[in-house]
Design a protein around this ligand. Structure first.
Ligand SMILES: *Cc1c(COP(=O)(O)O)cnc(C)c1O
Length: 477
């Protein structure tokens, strides 16, 4: 291609000014604003110029590119000023899915966030005295209310709660406060690695403390703890085995034995519960899990747990326990770096109020756990019925299991009814990826030759969206 013909091609392109004045762009300017449109138009025109200069386009291709300029600008705007963090439909059946943002918030929590965000609040202001207040007060009162029975039963005096950014930070703050220069004893069987980067031994090293490991991976006796206690011992640590189970020939001291030892030797017992349910898990058929209340009642001194796992609230980490120890942790200068903002307090307060009022169904994660297989099956039948009108779709209902997730109860699954879907001439992996590309994206999984969807984690009002998206995928062309 000669230079002359290239400059002819360039001349076909509008100038940026001309292009932005084109009537077809007026709608985009009204919708997304002039700066975004100018930016996108510049990117698109540059791209065409670049293609011409690389000799990739002849006159016909340039005409085609010109015809598609507005569409190209629209696509560019969608990418550049669209959201990267977007809502998705969770069809995986994993209720507390860390990669999908863990617990969805209750309606009240969302409204309370909006109210706190929109204006000023009494976050650290005491409305009675007109003086400075403490941000902890808003939720500490509710935790006290929720754990009142346990406090009395354990005879611990008073129990306080402080909130930090997540449970990893809570464990970190607890150990950093008690361990400095001393030792914390933990069972080798509990030295878990959570999510790849949160390792208890590293946390200890950063606290200038030493983690003293006792027992073996599968067997630790109370006498192992007893023998390890010395004048440097600052705490006993118990960690929930969130992500794995040790079965077979195992032995761990009971919570009761640990409490008795800690009390006898006047050493605090700290328990990292991880998920930390504050409702009775047996109500959804899960047994063998200790909740926050049970730990406190048994006499654990400080319990740490997440806000966005079984509690069903915002990302946060709680430290609940003996008020003198909690006060020390609150006065640790690192608390300031780990504290949470007003939006988190707003969501947490609303979530805790639902517990106080016994309105468990208001919390989406709890509601999803409580769904019966029959009710999920009825919704799946309705979705299947709406899709069977297309001869491109093969759909069946099969038995399966939903998972609680979030490191809660590794063995805890709930019976469910799964939609097993295949679309003619579409490999399951391809269908899976097209569902991710839908708006909103639908996250599913593949088993054998079918795509599986578990409606337990889909909000009922999203069922119709799933039908529409699958119909669109099954429509040829
Ligand atoms: C999940 C978990 C953590 C980390 O909690 P985050 O809130 O994600 O920081 C720590 N310990 C245990 C036992 C857990 O299950």
């Amino acid at each position: 291609m000669s230079l002359g013909s290239k400059s002819d091609l360039y001349r076909k392109l509008p100038s940026l000014d001309e292009f932005v004045r084109a009537p077809e762009l007026a709608f985009l300017i009204a919708r997304d604003g002039r700066p975004a449109v100018i930016h996108a138009a510049r990117v698109v025109l540059e791209r065409v110029r670049h293609e011409i200069s690389a000799g990739h386009l002849d006159a016909l291709a340039v005409d085609l590119a010109l015809a598609g300029l507005v569409t190209a600008v629209e696509r560019e705007i969608r990418i550049s000023v669209g959201y990267s963090l977007r809502p998705v439909i969770n069809g995986t059946g994993v209720i507390l899915h860390t990669n999908l943002g863990r617990a969805p918030l209750s309606r009240a929590a969302i409204e309370q966030i909006a109210r706190a965000a929109a204006g000023y609040s009494n976050l650290e202001f005491d409305l009675d005295t007109g003086e400075r207040g403490e941000r902890d007060a808003h939720v500490d009162r509710l935790f006290r209310h929720l754990f009142q029975g346990e406090i009395t039963a354990a005879g611990t005096g008073s129990v306080a709660t402080i909130v930090v950014n997540n449970n990893a930070a809570a464990v970190w703050l607890a150990l950093n406060t008690v361990a400095a220069g001393g030792e914390v004893i933990v069972s080798r069987g509990e030295l878990v690695e959570i999510g790849g980067s949160f390792r208890i031994p590293d946390v200890m090293r950063q606290s200038n403390g030493v983690l003293r490991e006792v027992g073996t991976t599968n067997r630790t006796r109370i006498s192992d703890y007893e023998k390890a206690i010395n004048e440097k011992t600052r705490a006993l640590l118990r960690v929930h085995r969130s992500n794995f189970q040790i079965t077979g020939f195992t032995e761990q001291p009971s919570l009761h034995e640990l409490v008795s030892l800690a009390r006898a030797r006047r050493i605090p017992l700290i328990e990292d519960l991880g998920s930390g349910a504050i409702f009775d898990l047996r109500s959804v058929g899960i047994t063998g899990e200790t909740g926050v209340a049970e730990s406190l009642r048994a006499g654990v001194d400080v319990v740490t747990y997440s806000g966005d796992k079984l509690l069903g609230g915002p990302q946060s980490g709680m430290l609940t326990g003996r008020s003198d120890l909690i006060r020390d942790m609150r006065s640790n200068s690192l608390f300031r770096a780990l504290r949470v903002d007003k939006l988190t307090y707003a969501a947490l307060e609303a979530t805790l109020l639902a517990y106080v009022k016994g309105e468990y169904d208001a919390i989406p994660a709890l509601r999803m756990m409580g769904l019966t297989k029959a009710s999920i099956c009825a919704r799946a039948e309705a979705v299947a019925g709406a899709l069977r009108t297309s001869d491109q779709i093969q759909i069946a209902l099969i038995d399966g299991e939903s998972v609680i997730g979030g490191g809660a109860a590794p063995s805890a699954t709930l019976p469910t009814s799964l939609l097993a879907i295949a679309i003619k001439n579409l490999r399951p992996g391809e269908l899976l990826s097209r569902l991710r590309g839908a708006d909103p994206p639908v996250i599913a999984r593949v088993q054998e030759d079918r795509v599986l969807l578990d409606l337990r984690t889909v909000f009922p009002e999203q069922d119709a969206t799933i039908v529409a998206i699958l119909r669109a995928e099954a429509t040829p062309g």
